[in-house]
Design a protein around this ligand. Structure first.
Ligand code: ATP
Length: 254
């Protein structure tokens, strides 16, 4: 991919594809991971690959929810680690919260590969965000020894850490699936998701839905987290925000 100049109109998209194909080759992803990414790309065209105002508002609400949480946690899967692991480590460092690996198709090999990748990414994140290096090193990476289960969810994806996802009050789960999102909401958690598809079950179920591309929105989220709680935020209406995003997507037809 070295031959693609940064000015290329598809640069960000091509880099994301490169990261994902490399991650797939390294055993970090499930077979369906590239299909899931493709569905996201299609919706991103409708947003003209830009972070819309409604998404910016959702990012602010997400940051404030996380920053004011008692036990915040960031839950990651293979695509998330491959696309934005270092940036999410920086978010966790600002929040001083754990990151927990939770994957739909759980195998010991994939779990080990993802945990190793995050350990490597701590070094990369420390170089990219030198002011956070000590906090990045201190992040607790969970997922290897789950000792609790998410109620009303079948299969190994319900496995989680008591000191991570299980006890969290606010959880950021980029690229979640609908069932698990519903189960986390039913546990009484504030569930913040990032999903380019405003029509997905996840987008509709979540407490705060950021309809934006993961790699584009995480740096904005990080900036917001560094600013801390925004006390001007109140009365979040997620359904109304989703409608604004859909109106934005339809504007592409004008
Ligand atoms: P649901 O169960 O919520 O209806 P789904 O079955 O459509 O969801 P999955 O296939 O589990 O969802 O996950 C893919 C979702 O992640 C898609 O909705 C897609 O829009 C979104 N997605 C994929 N890649 C990205 C990305 N880079 N940034 C943001 N969203 C993404």
């Amino acid at each position: 991919m070295g031959e693609v100049p940064e000015s290329h109109p598809r640069f960000a998209s091509l880099m994301a594809r490169k990261k994902l194909t490399e991650a797939a080759a390294a055993g970090l992803l499930a077979d369906s991971a590239l299909i899931a990414h493709g569905r996201g790309e299609a919706f991103d065209y409708l947003l003209q690959e830009r972070t819309c105002d409604a998404a910016r508002q959702a990012i602010r609400v997400c940051a404030t929810s996380l920053a004011s949480a008692k036990n915040p946690v960031i839950s990651v899967n293979g695509n998330t680690v491959a696309l934005a692991g270092p940036e999410l480590l920086a978010c966790a460092a600002v929040l001083e919260c754990p990151i927990e690996v939770n994957i739909y198709y759980r195998t010991p090999e994939r779990m080990a590969a993802l945990l190793n990748k995050l350990a490597e990414q701590k070094i990369e994140a420390g170089q990219k965000y030198p002011d956070l290096v000590t906090k990045i090193e201190a992040i607790n990476i969970l997922g290897d020894a789950p000792d609790a289960r998410i109620p009303n969810l079948e299969g190994p994806r319900a496995n989680c850490h008591h000191d991570g996802i299980f006890s969290s009050d606010v959880i950021l789960v980029p690229l979640e699936d609908g069932d698990r999102c519903e189960a986390l909401v039913a546990m009484g958690k504030t569930v913040c998701v990032i999903d380019l598809n405003p029509l997905s079950r996840t987008a509709k179920m979540a407490s705060v839905t950021i309809v934006d591309e993961l790699t584009r929105c995480i740096p904005i989220l990080l900036d917001q987290l560094r600013k801390g709680v925004d006390s001007s935020i109140s009365n979040w209406d997620n359904q109304s925000n989703l409608k604004q995003v859909m109106a934005e997507m339809l504007r592409v037809l004008d």
